[in-house]
Design a binder for this molecule. Structure first.
Ligand SMILES: *[C@@H]1O[C@H](CO)[C@@H](O)[C@H](O)[C@H]1NC(C)=O
Ligand SMILES: *[C@@H]1O[C@H](CO)[C@@H](O)[C@H](O)[C@H]1NC(C)=O
Ligand SMILES: *[C@@H]1O[C@H](CO)[C@@H](O)[C@H](O)[C@H]1NC(C)=O
Ligand SMILES: *[C@@H]1O[C@H](CO)[C@@H](O)[C@H](O)[C@H]1NC(C)=O
Ligand SMILES: *[C@@H]1O[C@H](CO)[C@@H](O)[C@H](O)[C@H]1NC(C)=O
Length: 481
């Protein structure tokens, strides 16, 4: 057994001995508690391989495009500047599983490092979380080539075969809709491809690469799912889905133009993936604005895509407001943002760009319910960035999480088919875009060579919530009734 398999297998084995018996709390009218959620609703927290594991050169791991990108674009902060060591989860996983147990998590979301290949708390496992093996990028430009479909499927086959008997919930791809924007349009994320004036990269083409990459992501996803359904699911009894980055999108004004722009923005940001997954084709509003740049699905591909998800994973953080932004230039010179002809404005409290109001989540769940037949949903990420040096008192994070949980209760009572909720993130890690900001329930002392973890007030709040205690001082009035 290769070393990585050993670590993943040990992590999975360690889970199986962690129980999560939550005492059932007394009901108290007007205060949100775990009792407000349906039986079987799963609560967890998450990490991803590159951001958590470290051990970048150990046990035969080879570089991913994220290593290359992080080394070339060091933050210059005193947080981890790349994922070489990150939060050292590769060596500290046993300690971290104890934290999960102490926090009272039902589930842990993490990803497998494709380039390491090749870890009961329910394991919710992501196969691809931005870290494409660098060698595939070098050989054939990774996601830009249809060759990726076969290679991703082969990788998925290894994941299912080796770990599938212990994984309850698989996710093929994390945020492919953000991957196309960050990696291939603005170029600020790995693999850092783009063209002027949309970004400043040494190679790439923002005009059409995002569309090609999205197409290959969808086909690689549906091919891996089809394999799982054919060969593994009946025996292993897990569920499989995909994950998308989801904004709540609202019109900036109630003008006809802004309302139309909001529909286009929904089509371009998320309909791009959701429509193929649930209806078998790209949204009409996208086809109208992209001309021949948008690839076409064959009948077979379309059939393989429809209902290729047992559940939809969503990463929800923000509300954006959208204004009409008409573009008159040729389509073959515009990137996907220009094709969308809409300008997004972040709704934010001025310091963080994040909105502590939870109503966006409620509205978004309602939108998904109405537009895609009330699919089973798992909230894979929801969290609040703060300066990493905030060692303990992360009150705004507690407020953000609790307003979003209240919003979620309202959605559930109104029929949303949401099955689980994961805080991003379990602990501080290397973060791609947020510079010195991290999301951890647990503070990690990156200056300590042992990278010691300490619970923040949010970890204590979440643990008390999960264990049904009311003594955290953070329980809130529940305004729904
Ligand atoms: C995870 O999978 C199990 C079956 O393996 C299922 O019962 C549960 O609803 C799934 N959870 C989510 C959030 O999809
Ligand atoms: C648009 O109309 C809705 C419903 O009438 C209202 O709730 C909302 O505040 C209006 N938005 C703006 C920006 O005026
Ligand atoms: C389409 O699917 C059918 C049956 O599922 C198969 O026989 C056929 O070869 C496929 N065609 C292509 C072009 O993949
Ligand atoms: C862009 O499209 C215009 C017409 O729509 C066409 O004349 C021009 O040749 C195209 N340019 C390229 C580089 O394809
Ligand atoms: C509750 O669900 C119904 C049906 O989907 C919808 O019409 C209504 O707006 C929802 N209410 C809230 C508060 O989301």
């Amino acid at each position: 057994m290769r070393p990585l398999r050993r670590v993943v297998a040990l992590l999975l084995a360690a889970f199986s001995v962690v129980g999560s018996a939550a005492p059932s709390p007394a009901r108290s009218e007007g205060i949100i508690s775990r009792d407000d959620f349906p039986a079987g609703f799963v609560f967890g927290a998450g990490t991803s391989a590159y951001q958590w594991e470290g051990a970048a050169a150990e046990d035969g791991r080879t570089p991913s495009v994220w290593d290359t990108h992080a080394r070339a674009h060091a933050h210059g902060g005193d947080d981890p500047v790349n994922g070489d060591v990150a939060a050292d989860g590769y060596h500290k996983y046993k300690e971290d599983i104890k934290l999960m147990k102490e926090t009272g998590l039902d589930a842990y979301r993490f990803s497998i490092s494709w380039s390491r290949l090749i870890p009961r708390i329910q394991p919710h496992v992501t196969m691809f979380h931005y870290d494409l093996p660098q060698i595939l990028e070098d050989e054939y430009d990774g996601w830009l080539s249809p060759q990726i479909i076969g290679d991703f499927t082969a990788y998925a086959d290894v994941c299912f075969r080796e770990f599938g008997d212990r994984v309850t919930n698989w996710t093929t791809l994390n945020e492919p809709n953000a991957l196309v924007a960050l990696g291939y349009d603005s170029g600020i994320g790995p693999p850092g491809r783009c063209s002027k004036p949309f970004g400043d990269c040494s190679r790439g083409n923002s005009v059409d690469e995002p569309y090609i990459v999205a197409h290959n992501c969808l086909l690689a996803h549906s091919s891996a799912v089809s394999l799982y359904k054919r060969k593994y699911q009946a025996k292993q009894k897990g569920l499989i889905g995909i994950n998308l980055y989801i904004y709540n999108i609202l019109p900036f004004t109630n003008s006809t133009e802004d309302i139309a722009a909001t529909k286009r923005a929904r089509a371009f940001y998320t309909g791009w993936f959701l429509d193929p997954l649930y209806h078998g084709d790209y949204p009409l509003l996208m086809k109208e604005n992209t001309g021949s740049k948008l690839p076409i699905f064959s009948q077979n591909q379309s059939e393989q895509l429809i209902n290729s998800v047992d559940f939809l994973g969503i990463n929800y953080y923000k509300i954006i407001y959208v204004k009409d932004d008409p573009q008159n230039g040729p389509i073959n010179k515009s990137d996907y943002v220009a094709d969308m002809s809409a300008k997004a404005i972040l709704a934010s409290d001025s310091t963080t760009g994040f909105h502590v109001l939870g109503f966006g989540l409620q509205e978004e769940l309602e939108y998904l319910k109405q537009s895609y037949g009330n699919p089973p949903i798992c909230i894979h990420e929801n969290g609040y960035p703060m300066h990493q040096h905030v060692v303990f008192d992360d009150g705004p994070r507690v407020e953000f999480l609790s307003t979003h949980l209240r919003s979620l209760v309202i959605s559930l009572r109104n029929g949303s088919n949401t099955r689980g909720y994961f805080v991003w993130s379990l602990m501080d890690m290397y973060e791609l875009l947020s510079l010195r900001n991290t999301y951890g329930l647990y503070y990690v002392d990156f200056a300590d060579k042992d990278l010691k973890r300490y619970p923040r007030s949010s970890a204590i709040w979440y643990a008390n919530f999960l264990k049904g205690r009311r003594d955290s001082g953070c329980t809130e009035r529940f305004s729904d009734h």
